[in-house]
Design a protein around this ligand. Structure first.
Ligand code: ATP
Length: 503
């Protein structure tokens, strides 16, 4: 697994997807730049989300709010007081960790043991193996499950009650060690605020302390009435937004999974008070369907309902994805009650109520939100796509099976040889297709090597121009995933690529 993750990081760099930020200065921890292919993949994921959320829903509209917001926003939202991570230092190594993550990693190890038992039993019983039944009846597995659940429950409770002494006690009882040095010599747990501060204005005395937004959601809450009125929106309706968010993450590892600057894709759905549970369930289901529509394997997703609720929520779940380092949160679905709008009313002194013509009354709406990290989605797609495939002839090929709709380059146009007029015909095809798709012309190296290069870069189609093309205007189109080739008329190319890559 570690091996695969290392490959993912190396491949992302080698094929122009992701570079460490300011690399010539040895980089900046947990900050990354998206390269020529990465920017396309990222844009395509954003668009795929936007189409599903905004374009396909009559009652959802988008906005693009500023990153800087009035500082009182973050007082009202609770981020100044409650957007903290519990930190713990190891006295020997002087390394700093997130206390909750240490415990969660411990639980992940128990879960890995369960998976191992399952795999063992599966091997032993073959087709007759019933996983559900095994999980429900195997003594050792039940013990593991109970242990994991007890630990998570206690962690949730103590975080909820701000009982940091108990978080430390839990770490000591479980004999959790410093992952790097094995030391068990821990300090107390303290809270650490995750917001980045900055200043607005030039002179020292008139400067205003600002924060870089730690989530995009607040830009939607403060604009709620503006959008509702100007868009004549009727509840239930949603506002969607994609954009950068910033968090001073302490445990910033795992590549682009946890960054200090990242992008969120959020949708806040405004509903009648009392109807939030129904909409919460609806959005849980909708969002999972969206993920499954990409065909990255149903077995790679699971819901994880929260025991420990954030300061604003009355129900919350994560859609977890099987990343190279195990199942981790990819998207959150939260029932945020009227917490945010209610507090913005209080702090701003402005009414943020909706007049419901059917009920003939005004109220502060409840909110159900879906919040997904664009970079995390990128990592999910990219790590799932990267495969080393054994071929029939005994060789292996590296292939990046990115869903065609998300692929940065949809087709590469390759003249078989660099003479006899083939490059000119290939260029002409590029010029026709580029109006609709990202395409690439490539004439370097033997055609087999070019195929492999495009496989590794994630290009779903290679179109080869050969001598027969000069006679009958047909080309071969090779499919990345199956490596099958078909002969098709040049005039059909646009339709074929559209069929396979349209959002
Ligand atoms: P985690 O528990 O992993 O820190 P979170 O529960 O704090 O995440 P939310 O506040 O619910 O995350 O944010 C919504 C989404 O934003 C997450 O599901 C995740 O995809 C993304 N996200 C949050 N923090 C980061 C980060 N530091 N880097 C990249 N993506 C992030």
């Amino acid at each position: 697994q570690d091996e695969h993750f290392k490959k993912v990081i190396a491949h992302a760099k080698e094929y122009g997807y992701i570079f460490p930020s300011s690399e010539i200065y040895d980089g900046l921890s947990a900050i990354y730049d998206y390269a020529q292919n990465g920017v396309e993949l990222k844009k395509n994921i954003r668009e795929y989300w936007w189409k599903a959320m905004v374009q396909m829903h009559e009652n959802i509209v988008g906005i693009d709010a500023a990153i800087f917001m009035h500082p009182t926003t973050w007082k009202a939202s609770g981020h100044v007081d409650a957007f903290n991570d519990p930190l713990i230092d190891n006295k020997d190594s002087k390394k700093r960790y997130r206390a909750d993550v240490l415990v969660e990693d411990y639980v992940a190890k128990i879960e890995a043991k369960i998976e191992k038992e399952v795999a063992k039993a599966q091997k032993r019983f073959g087709d007759a193996f019933d996983k559900e039944q095994f999980l429900a009846t195997n003594g050792r597995v039940i013990e593991y499950q109970e242990k994991a659940a007890t630990i998570l429950k206690r962690l949730g409770k103590s975080l909820e009650n701000e009982d940091l002494a108990d978080v430390k006690a839990l770490i000591e009882e479980l004999e959790i060690t410093d992952p790097e040095t094995g030391s068990k010599n821990w300090t107390d747990v303290k809270q650490f605020n995750l917001m980045f501060g900055t200043k607005l204005g030039a002179s020292a005395d008139s400067a205003m302390d600002l924060y870089l937004r730690p989530e995009t959601a607040q830009g939607i809450f403060v604009n709620f009435l503006n959008v509702q009125k100007t868009g004549r929106m009727k509840i239930p309706f949603g506002i969607a937004q994609t954009g950068k968010a910033f968090r001073n993450e302490i445990v910033a590892r795992q590549f682009i999974f946890r960054q200090r600057e990242f992008e969120q894709m959020e949708m806040q759905f405004f509903v009648r008070p009392g109807e939030q549970k129904k909409w919460y369930e609806t959005w849980k289901e909708n969002r999972l369907k969206w993920h499954l529509s990409l065909g990255m394997g149903e077995e790679n997703y699971r819901f994880h309902d929260h025991e420990k609720l954030a300061h604003y929520a009355d129900a919350a779940t994560d859609i977890e994805f099987r990343f190279p380092f195990g199942f981790k949160e990819l998207e959150g679905i939260h029932s945020r009650t009227d917490f945010d709008l209610g507090n913005h009313e209080k702090y701003s002194g402005k009414k943020l109520q909706y007049f419901d013509p059917e009920l003939n009354e005004s109220y502060v709406p409840y909110v159900v939100e879906t919040s997904i990290g664009l970079d995390r989605m990128f990592l999910a797609v990219f790590s799932n796509a990267l495969q080393d495939e054994e071929l029939e002839n005994g060789t292996t090929r590296t292939v990046l099976k990115i869903p065609a709709v998300l692929a940065p380059t949809k087709a590469a146009i390759l003249p078989l040889v660099k003479k006899d007029g083939l490059p000119e015909v290939a260029r002409k095809i590029v010029d026709e297709l580029k109006w609709d798709f990202m395409v690439q012309y490539d004439d370097k190296d033997a055609v087999g090597r070019r195929y492999r290069r495009q496989d590794a870069a994630g290009t779903p189609f290679c179109i080869t121009v050969d001598h027969q093309t000069l006679e009958d205007d047909t080309v071969t189109i090779r499919h990345r995933d199956t490596m099958e080739q078909q002969r098709v008329p040049v005039s059909e190319l646009r339709n074929i690529i559209f069929r396979e890559t349209d959002m």
